[in-house]
Design a protein around this ligand. Structure first.
Ligand code: OOG
Ligand code: NI
Length: 461
């Protein structure tokens, strides 16, 4: 029996091998990330593994896919469900992006502490909102929906195997091999010709809409390795001849704890695709939609920590509004802001309830009575704390990633009203609960605290 954890780990490896053949620059990114990770390990020793073992970090990837309809999204949920990946969080990129990104998104990922430690593979998944009048007029929506409803992204056999795997907790060897082959194939770049006029019509509205609804299949849009020092990686990619976008998104580099998520990417590469012209002739041209991205993950923050982060990001924007600054200058201003407002130690993040940690007993001292409150347990060395890794995404960075790879701004008619589509509606489409990331982190923290209290006998009368 190949269980859901093994299926997920194998799928991440298969996808990585496939994407490396399709987008060779991805392999360079993975090589450089691993080189940097080895150096950080050598420099920092055990400290380098504070946010995950080197085994986890080396295998760690996130992917991104984009689908067109609620029915397609529900199918994606079944395929990932087979691999122990569940929808977490709701991101509305229609609002977050300056240009035309008509999608709402979630991320499929493991939710338990042990599953995350075994393999945290996650896939950022976006769905086109065809009913949003700011992007699609009635006539275009009708033709778009007809096109999307006529295509089949996932073969019925793949969905059957997925359902079986989810019901039984895994698949036998031959079924697992078949499932992995079909699942990987479903995300390959298709060689089927694309209608040139249809693609172009959608592209005038949004390059993202064309990438999703202009073609008869879906594909993995990027696959992102994790690196322990993203600034070192950024510098080195330039030396390897790969031009990155001009910034690292997310929190600045500063000399306090790493929080949330920092990401950077290289621009989408021109890939050859076949187009069918209106006269029926098939020609080769290229499209720039797929890119490479890399990320450094920090500590998960609480709602209060997140509000602080959002405030600082807004303040940074205000401070720099209208000033042309380099990425380095921007980082320097941001780091200063952070130094004034974000605690510099993990202990203060805990007492200020700004970030999530798990707790474990360090020194049970049989015979003596432990203090009842967490702060004293930590201060007196009874218990220790370990940071919980941020497993999710940032809407602002996601919008930035979409944006930096659009070939045109598209057209968003802000005088029209958008379609209502909130987290609850998304859960309905998925046909399963949409997890709240904060609740997941809080419950991992609460479980660890309950273990500490039990071990120290604090719950006894
Ligand atoms: C997804 C962009 C979001 C991230 O890392 O924030 C994303 C996409 O381009 O489809 O992957
Ligand atoms: Ni990404």
């Amino acid at each position: 029996m190949v269980d859901s954890t093994a299926l997920r780990a194998a799928f991440a490896r298969r996808l990585s091998a496939m994407y490396g053949t399709e987008v060779p620059a991805y392999n360079t990114l993975v090589d450089v990330a691993q080189e940097v990770n080895r150096e950080v390990m050598a420099r920092m020793g055990a400290g380098a593994e504070r946010l995950g073992t080197i085994g986890r970090v080396t295998a760690e990837r996130h992917g991104a896919i984009r689908v067109g309809t609620p029915a397609e999204l529900a199918q994606v949920a079944r395929i990932f469900g087979a691999m122990g990946m569940y929808p977490v969080g709701y991101y509305d990129l229609r609002e977050a992006a300056r240009s035309s990104v008509p999608v709402v998104s979630t991320a499929f990922r493991p939710v338990d502490e042990a599953e995350l430690a075994a393999n945290p593979f996650r896939v950022f998944t976006s769905m086109l909102v065809t009913g949003d009048r700011r992007f699609f007029g009635e006539d275009l929506e009708r033709r778009l929906v007809a096109f999307l409803e006529a295509r089949r992204l996932f073969p019925p056999r793949l969905l059957d195997l997925a359902d079986r795997a989810e019901a039984d907790g895994g698949l036998d060897d031959p079924a697992a091999a078949e499932f992995l082959t079909l699942a990987t194939q479903a995300f390959e770049l298709s060689r089927e010709p694309v209608s040139r006029s249809w693609y172009a019509e959608l592209e005038r509205v949004s390059a993202v809409a064309a990438d999703i609804g202009g073609v008869p299949s879906t594909h993995i849009n990027h696959l992102t390795p994790r690196v322990l020092d993203i600034d070192a990686l950024y510098a080195r990619m330039g030396e390897r001849g790969i031009t990155m976008i001009d910034a690292i998104q997310g929190p600045p580099r500063w000399d306090g704890p790493d929080l949330l998520l920092r990401q950077t990417s290289f621009r989408a590469l021109a890939e050859p695709r076949l187009f069918r012209k209106n006269d029926g002739r098939v020609v080769q041209d290229d499209l720039r939609v797929r890119f490479g991205e890399v990320e450094a993950r920090g500590i998960a923050v609480t709602p209060a920590g997140r509000a602080l982060y959002d405030d600082l990001a807004a303040e940074l924007d205000e401070t720099l509004a209208g000033q042309p600054v380099t990425a380095g200058e921007r980082n320097a201003v941001a780091a200063k802001l952070w130094e004034g407002r974000v605690p510099r130690t993990e202990a203060e993040l805990i007492t200020g309830d700004l970030a999530y940690f798990t707790f474990h007993v360090l020194d049970p001292r049989p015979g003596s009575t432990p203090p009842a409150d967490l702060a004293t347990l930590l201060a007196e060395g009874w218990a220790g704390a370990r940071p919980i890794v941020y497993e999710d995404f940032l809407p602002r960075s996601a919008a930035g990633i979409f944006q930096s790879n659009l070939t045109s701004d598209g057209a968003k008619d802000v005088t029209r009203t958008g379609a209502d589509l909130d987290a609850e509606a998304m859960a309905g489409i998925l046909g399963r609960p949409l997890h709240d990331p904060y609740e997941l982190y809080a419950s991992i923290r609460a479980e660890s605290l309950a273990r500490v209290r039990a071990e120290l006998g604090l719950d006894r009368e």
